[in-house]
Design a protein around this ligand. Sequence first.
Ligand SMILES: [Zn+2]
Ligand SMILES: [Zn+2]
Length: 411
Amino acid sequence: MRGCPKDRRGNRVNKDAGASVKSIAADTKQRRPRLVRAAVSLPDATTTVRMLDADLAIDAVGWLEVESSAVCGTDIGLYRSGLDGPTVLGHHVVGSIVSLDAAQADAWGVAVGDRVALEEYLPCQDAACAACSSGCYRMCPQTDLWKGKRRVGLVSAEEGSGLHGGNAEFMQLAANSIVHKLPADLDPDLAAWTQPFANAIDWTINVGGAQEGTTVVVVGPGYHGIAAVAAARAAGAAQIVAIGLSSSVEGLEIAEVLGATPVVHDDGDLGEVILRATAGRGTDVLVDTVGLEGSAVAASARSLRTGGRLVVSGLGSTPMYLDLKALVRGAHSIVGVRGRSPSAVTRSIDILASGSSGLDVVPTVAVPLDEVDEMFARMVEGRGPSSPHVVVRPQPVLAESAGRTEESRVS
Ligand SMILES: [Zn+2]
Ligand SMILES: [Zn+2]
């Protein structure tokens, strides 16, 4: 499928791998959750903590004990616009496998006890699906954010166990889950960057073409913008510019620590701003992570060097009037991106594990399940913490779990 040249390395999934966690062979290492605390988000943009029954699971092939569930702009956008129904959000999930059907373990090449990062896709894996049959599962209509909606953190909390998202102590694994093994010793805060950093690698390097010696401009020093700066740095970019509103100076400061030139820009011609920041040379790669107005995208396109690429990951809402002569004469590309390729996840994990990502400088804001409601409200209203790295950590601190033993949740 076009747009997915590197998607062929997906999971090998055995569709006959057993439909129920109850088929798990007797194994003392296997643990099955029973009643699970989950932050259930509602259509009225509130979140409440409920106990969900893991025994109601349909088609679970195993269970993940959630270590972290990072909050992404997509979560906040969904929350703000109104969820279809009760949902356990959280789709940037890292955790440890506590139980897994033996055939599925073999198909995935993982074992109980392994630490993994999940991708959010739950593709159909049907031979008749052009996306899935070509390995491009992220473009499968079933897992499309606006159509099929079969995604981690998006499936209804009223379906089966309801435990389909990361904002819960445990979530179920399905035969079509996409898992990537993580090093056991990877720092938890860095592990939580696996998916957004993979997105940024795909957008900035694989699609944008960032490489050693290039200039990379990132618009929006938020969650994905900071990750894009780190990706540009990993690619060996000669100059990185991070552009943000005056209200996002903390993000710009983080970008600066990562090696970017910070630029405050509230209004005016974005193309001129980029040309000034690059001493008139313009940029090879321009990544919009915020969903700029069409007029701003068109203005920024004027700052592209010959062969330059403008990568749009934010959802802009206004039309764009483009100077087509400049596009052709400059051999420019303007590309929309969705998600990331499996190879980008592998590269993300490798760079994070090497300790060279730089993302350890970004403060992590850890949120327990009881505080998800308050944090989401803050983020919807733009009162979120100054650090863009907000991570739900569902496992209770031992001191806070008085009266509830581990055995009451796990058998
Ligand atoms: Zn996301
Ligand atoms: Zn499909």
